[in-house]
Design a protein around this ligand. Structure first.
Ligand code: NAD
Length: 265
């Protein structure tokens, strides 16, 4: 028995990183999974791989730019057509831009808002009718450690992630009568192409690439290493499955203890 048997879940930004691991784990736990992304080639290849293991009827790839309202409507039509229902959404897609406040162009700020904040808003709003029709469901929003504390050079990113935590609380209250639970994940640093672009270098040794970031985070994080996308996927599974049946409206920090405090040694 899988924890998501019989459920259909849409994961955005599923072509790589945390979204990829969420899609892999959800399929392994029995869900029908729609993988959505703008990286079509990569997303389609992953969907083909998962469909080989789980069957065509359980896996779909769908092109979805989360910041575009019309894309959401089309993607949901595809998912409903394929699976006949939708029980869960993981709003995972996101982008990061490093810049000092004083030199952040408005266009860059707005681009981050469009994907991270408007994308999460459009996604939550779009899936409500389908989740209600399914008799209830779950929404897991991907915020960040930076929603809860500051980090230099991240004005646009931190703003959107704080907005996601705010929206999560309001949505949880409004959607509880429809039996839709809404929670947020707040990862610290996780070893994906977002924090570790060296992962995208085809000539790099993956073990060396991960060891380099572990060394950096050994000094910053009590657990002494960067997080793995598989670990965030397990939190997404918890929040999507009935294991979290009495939890809604909460931000869940997954950061190796980074937010616990400051070490003086
Ligand atoms: P990633 O860059 O590896 O993956 C992000 C995915 O989102 C990519 O597949 C990308 O193509 C997709 N994407 C980007 N813009 C999109 C759009 N407009 N529409 C649809 N898909 C889009 O990064 P990741 O680390 O796996 O990030 C996943 C989520 O986790 C993001 O929301 C990110 O902000 C958040 N997060 C990451 C970390 C970290 O340290 N990696 C920490 C905290 C939060």
């Amino acid at each position: 028995m899988g924890k998501l048997d019989g459920r259909a879940v849409l994961v955005t930004g599923a072509a790589r990183g945390q979204g990829e691991q969420e899609a892999r784990l959800f399929v392994a736990e029995g869900a029908k999974v729609a993988l959505a992304d703008v990286l079509d080639e990569q997303g389609e290849a992953l969907a083909r791989e998962l469909a080989k293991e789980a069957g065509d009827e359980r896996v779909r790839y769908v092109h979805l730019d989360v910041g575009r309202e019309t894309d959401w409507a089309a993607a949901l039509d595809t998912v409903q057509g394929a699976f006949g229902r939708l029980d869960g959404l993981v709003n995972n897609a996101g982008i990061l831009r490093f810049n000092e406040l004083s030199s952040t162009p408005l266009e860059e700020y707005q681009q981050v808002v469009q994907v991270n904040q408007i994308g999460a808003f459009l996604g939550m709003r779009a899936v409500i009718p389908a989740l209600e029709a399914a008799g209830g469901g779950t929404i897991v929003n991907t915020a960040s450690y930076t929603a809860l504390t500051g980090m230099t050079f991240l004005t646009s990113y931190a703003a959107t992630k704080a907005a996601i935590v705010g929206m999560t609380r309001v949505a949880a209250m409004e959607l509880a009568p429809k039996k839709i639970r809404v929670n947020a994940m707040c990862p610290g640093a996780v070893d994906t192409p977002m924090t570790n672009p060296a992962q995208l270098d085809p000539d790099a040794d993956p073990q060396e690439v991960s060891a380099a970031v572990d060394e950096l985070y050994a000094k910053l994080v009590p657990l002494g290493r960067i997080g793995r996308p598989e670990e965030v996927a397990r939190l997404a599974l918890f929040l999507t499955s009935d294991d979290s049946s009495y939890i809604t409206g909460q931000p869940f920090v997954i950061d190796g203890g980074w937010l616990a405090g400051v070490s003086v040694f």
